[in-house]
Design a protein around this ligand. Structure first.
Ligand SMILES: Cc1cc2nc3c(=O)[nH]c(=O)nc-3n(C[C@H](O)[C@H](O)[C@H](O)COP(=O)(O)O)c2cc1C
Length: 180
């Protein structure tokens, strides 16, 4: 599959089939993240793969609350990836301070997208999740108190393989040559 096609078929999947995901495919997604670029090659993240069914249910339960419930679909995913922020190396940390740029979150986001693209190529569906209850998930997964969870990604075989039309701003609105 060429890259432009891969970008088109990657979409947020919010309903998964109950087919389990092969561990080697999960690892292939993590490998794609490992090869992602990062500021000063700092690689400031680590992934906790949650595929134990009981534990996965408990983590899924912490992606929504009593009012905001749009992530309830996460229960249908057989796997949840928890992307934990790790300490950046000294160059990246200094650079972030001097330039007032949050390189670590940018790095984690790039890694997340590498995971999603690799998954799509393998016929898997993903949804990046920025809405979750951080503290209970940290407790469930023994994530040290001083660490932050950057993002979650639900992962599994899509229930429906139809590719939706992308809803995006028009191309002319998102770029210009040589001036703003
Ligand atoms: C940082 C980030 C956080 C997101 N958080 C959620 C989320 O909590 N729940 C959800 O259903 N989708 C979430 N999404 C998915 C977006 O809604 C989705 O990518 C966007 O609507 C475009 O649709 P597409 O991914 O199908 O192309 C998130 C995406 C990103 C990049």
């Amino acid at each position: 599959m060429d890259f432009a096609e891969l970008v088109k078929i990657r979409q947020s999947v919010r309903k998964y089939s109950n087919k389990p995901v092969e561990p080697e495919k999960i690892i292939q997604c993590i490998e794609a993240a490992r090869l992602a670029p990062s500021a000063c090659n700092s690689q400031p993240w680590r992934v906790v793969i949650v595929n134990d069914p009981e534990l996965k249910e408990k983590v899924a339960r912490e992606t929504y609350g009593s009012v905001v419930q749009f992530n309830k679909f996460v229960h249908t995913a057989p796997v949840i990836l928890v992307l934990v922020m790790e300490k950046p190396n000294i160059s990246a940390a200094l650079g972030s301070k001097i330039k007032d740029m949050d390189y670590a979150h940018i790095d984690l986001g790039i890694a997340a997208e590498h995971i999603c693209l690799q998954a799509a190529e393998l016929g898997l569906g993903t949804c990046i999740l920025g809405w979750f209850n951080e503290q209970p998930i940290k407790e469930l997964l023994n994530i040290p108190k001083n660490k932050k969870i950057g993002l979650l990604i639900s992962l599994g075989y899509p229930e429906n393989t139809e590719i939706r039309k992308k809803v995006r701003r028009p191309l002319e609105e998102v770029y210009s040559f040589n001036k703003y």
